[in-house]
Design a protein around this ligand. Structure first.
Ligand code: GDP
Ligand code: IMO
Ligand code: MG
Length: 427
């Protein structure tokens, strides 16, 4: 398969970074197409941990070109910080390219993200405060500033100063906040523009050429399908399209350019931020999963909410993404539990609910209907083949396949690149 999309099938943090890094060993190109520095993708190589936010997770493979596509909202401040970290670790960073059409995140987007959240009070979304929503708002409202605009020095300053003046009126007038210093921001971003210039390309052409010449291209999703602006648990979502359809527009490719879609799927469920979560365990079992899985956000450090595997969510994800396979991650975290629970469907007022409802009010009354499975006692983090997994762990994998209707092609039993079991080649 010469092109493969990797998406998160739940609420993010499924281990996309780990699996991308693993598969990127064979890839010529890794492409990000949505989201921004709200993403936190962790890659562990022989015990050394890397947290990536904007830079694609192919970066730790020196042969891979890393593309930040037009659908990404790009924060130069965050990018250069991340770049400096990688360079300190001796990672080559010359093959990172930014789409000339990508919209730029400015300090006013981050300030507004904070202010909007504060104004929502107890109805806040729990955003990462990385300016994502406000940057996509400007893009859709047609007042955004793109990478190509940054390269035109005079025009850029003019556009930016006009935007800051406008945003300052909102920040001070509507929210009583402190105005931003236009001169300082303009100077800082002119310097970012100068440093970014050699990386800015028409990346759509690069991706197209790679696909046309049969080179291997991986598309890296950020966030998760249930955080999709259209298909997720609105309004408790992000402002982009983490589902596979997001790659088409966000990388500037045609339908049919992607040959398979793997859903990265945690063996249980987590969510950061607010919003409905039917299988949540707000109890000692949830705490136990959080501690065993080190479930704290890679971007914000917030504790992640934990719960049992929600098969209805992943089944829904399979449909909206067209999943052709699953990579089941963090299975090792479930070792040592006497019994494990997988949600097959919801029930509400005696009625079975098989499809994920749009109405959050309706969702509130849903309770999970579980399949109970016996656990396995032994640690599986050293297992290097599917056959060597305990029978009950294999039974758990089979149950995931039955409930979701998607074959599990990869099983991940630890954070390290090496702790990956391939059942069927996907790329
Ligand atoms: P992403 O946002 O989807 O890339 O996922 P994150 O990196 O935010 O969160 C996944 C966390 O689980 C990271 O700390 C990974 O290092 C870790 N991880 C990934 N796969 C496994 C696995 O199979 N087992 C364990 N124990 N940890 C894993
Ligand atoms: P990765 O790529 C998990 C969540 C936030 C919040 C909501 C909106 O690491 O899987 P935003 O800042 O995007 O406006 O926040 O989305 N969120 C994520 N949760 N993993 C992520 O990315 C996320 N990116 C955003 O917590 O609930
Ligand atoms: Mg993450």
């Amino acid at each position: 398969m010469s092109s493969l999309a990797i998406v998160g099938s739940q609420w993010g943090d499924e281990g996309k970074g780990k699996i991308i890094d693993y598969l990127a060993g064979k890839a010529d190109m890794v492409v990000r197409a949505q989201g921004g520095s709200n993403a936190g993708h962790t890659v562990v190589i022989r015990g050394k941990k890397y947290a990536l936010h904007l830079i694609p997770s192919g970066i730790l493979n020196s042969n891979t070109a890393n593309i930040i596509g037009n659908g990404v909202v790009f924060d130069p401040e965050s990018f250069f910080e991340e770049l400096a970290g990688l360079e300190r670790d001796g990672i080559p960073t010359d093959k990172i390219y930014l789409s000339d059409r990508a919209h730029i995140v400015f300090p006013y987007h981050k300030a507004l993200d904070e202010l909007y959240e504060k104004a929502r009070g107890s109805a806040d979304i729990g955003t990462t405060k990385r300016g994502i929503g406000p940057a996509y708002m400007d893009k859709i409202e047609r007042s955004g500033i793109r990478a190509c605009d940054m390269l035109d020095e005079g025009g850029f300053r003019e556009k930016l100063e006009a935007q800051i003046a406008h945003k300052n009126r909102v920040i001070t007038g509507l929210f009583g906040g402190a105005p931003l210093d236009a001169g300082e921001i303009a100077r800082r971003y002119a310097e970012y523009a100068r440093r970014l210039a050699p990386r800015v390309r028409d990346t759509g052409v690069m991706v197209h050429e790679a696909l046309k010449s049969g080179r291997k291209v991986l598309f890296e999703g950020a966030q998760g399908s249930m955080l999709d602006i259209d298909l997720g648990t609105y309004p408790y979502v992000t402002s982009s399209h983490p589902v596979s359809g997001g790659f088409i527009v966000g990388a500037g490719i045609g339908l049919g350019a992607i040959h398979g879609v793997v859903g990265i799927t945690k063996a249980y469920t987590t969510r950061v931020g607010k919003g409905p979560f039917v299988t949540e365990l707000a109890d000692a079992t949830g705490d136990r999963i959080r501690e065993l899985g080190h479930e704290y956000g890679a971007t914000t450090g917030r504790p992640r909410r934990c719960g049992w595997f929600d098969g209805l969510v992943v089944r829904y994800s399979a449909r909206v993404n067209g999943l052709t396979g699953l990579a089941l991650t963090l299975l090792d975290v479930l070792s040592g539990f006497d019994e494990l629970f997988l949600c097959e469907r919801y029930e509400r007022g005696g009625q079975a609910i098989e499809d994920f409802p749009a109405d959050l009010g309706l969702l509130e009354g849903c309770r999970p209907v579980y399949r109970r499975l016996p656990g396995w006692g032994s640690d599986i983090s050293g297992c290097s083949s599917y056959e060597s997994l305990p029978e009950n762990a294999k039974g758990y994998v089979r149950a995931v396949e039955e409930i979701t209707g998607v074959p599990v092609k990869i099983v991940s039993v630890g954070p390290d690149r090496e702790q990956t079991i391939i059942r069927e080649e996907v790329f």
